[in-house]
Design a protein around this ligand. Structure first.
Ligand SMILES: [Mn+2]
Length: 341
């Protein structure tokens, strides 16, 4: 067992009440990981409280137990565990709240799987960043096994669901032989994958209004960077109208990357006061999503990233910058300075 896992074990053993924290962009992996930890640590006799600074989006409500995630925190916890992020910017809701000082004054363990990202969470005590894991839940599965902690069937279901979510059904480039071995073990121990898939499909069906909205987004899609980049801009009134029903970015990004030649899909959302958020997805030929997000202070995975410009964001300028970056990735400009040979 490695040192970090041993430190994690000590902190868990010393704790009675534990808060599991998800970032402000909960997804299938963060929620599945939180619910799996609730089971695993609950079986160790711990009291677990699940926290997220924002509401759990509707499309995740197929995961049983989502309604145990709260925006409030108990006062009496003695350990926190942040799942699926190492980026402080994604914990803004926590930072703004009264809970921040509580979390900062007690040990905090970060469990994540983001490659090439150094943890900048100032209150982190122990950071376990398993860069080989396709999902945080895969990292949790490894840790629990290393520590010989029981993983009950419910926890296993959550782990499988989270792995399927982050690996896009085991299809992403970050899916490893280890991921498949974990999946096989989970199936052997009785997790019903088809039931999980069916529950997700049922919950992710779209209303008819969203289907027709998707047509609008398709017709507004702009192709740039010599046919490599697809972008769509979503103004605030559309976010207000459609976001409660369905998240516009995943509604369109998968389809964008299904178009021949398109390697990068960017969805920009405009908010009042010039706040702009960007969601990036890219193909195996363009492992540049996180690099692009970094241009605007964001981060994430090489194939899936996001960023947030808090004020005075100009979508045209953002589009221009991204277009340049994508063009340059595929046909690098001749270096003219003396630094290169
Ligand atoms: Mn994840």
């Amino acid at each position: 067992m490695d040192k970090l896992t041993a430190q994690f074990q000590q902190l868990v053993e010393a704790a009675k009440n534990i808060v599991v924290i998800q970032a402000d962009n909960p997804d299938g992996d963060s929620l599945g990981s939180a619910l799996a930890l609730e089971e695993i640590l609950g079986d160790l006799g711990k009291e677990i409280h699940l926290y997220c600074g924002v509401d759990i989006p509707d499309y995740l409500k197929h995961l049983e137990g989502w309604d145990r995630v709260h925006k409030e925190m108990p006062t009496n916890f003695d350990l926190s565990i942040v799942v699926d992020t190492s980026a402080n910017v994604l914990l803004a809701k926590l930072a703004e709240s009264q809970y921040r000082s509580w979390v900062a004054s007690r040990p905090a363990v970060i469990i994540d799987h983001h490659s090439g990202v150094a943890c900048d969470i100032p209150f982190a005590t122990v950071v376990i960043n398993d860069e080989e894991a396709v999902a945080t839940s895969e990292a949790i599965y490894k840790i629990a096994n290393a520590l010989k902690w029981q993983i009950n069937l419910q926890a296993k279901s959550m782990i499988m669901s989270a792995i399927l979510s982050d690996s896009l059904g085991l299809s992403s480039a970050s899916t490893t032989p280890h991921t498949y071995r974990v999946m096989a073990a989970l199936l052997e121990s009785g997790v019903d994958r088809s039931a999980l898939d069916e529950a997700r499909r049922e919950m992710t069906k779209m209303p008819l209004s969203i289907y027709t909205y998707k047509a609008k987004l398709i017709s507004r899609t702009r192709i740039a960077a010599n046919g490599k980049l697809a972008t769509v801009v979503i103004p605030h009134e559309e976010i207000t109208t459609y976001s409660p029903l369905y998240n516009p970015a995943p509604l369109i990004q998968g389809d964008m990357l299904q178009v021949q030649g398109i390697e990068v899909a960017l969805v920009l959302k405009q908010y009042p006061g010039g706040k702009v958020t960007g969601s990036l997805r890219s193909s195996a030929k363009a492992p540049i999503s996180s690099a692009i997000a970094k241009l605007f202070g964001g981060g994430g995975h090489v194939f899936a990233s996001g960023f947030k410009i808090n004020e005075k964001g100009n979508t045209d300028e953002v589009l221009q910058t991204v277009e340049e970056y994508v063009k340059n990735h595929f046909s690098p400009k001749e270096e003219t300075d003396n630094a290169t040979v």
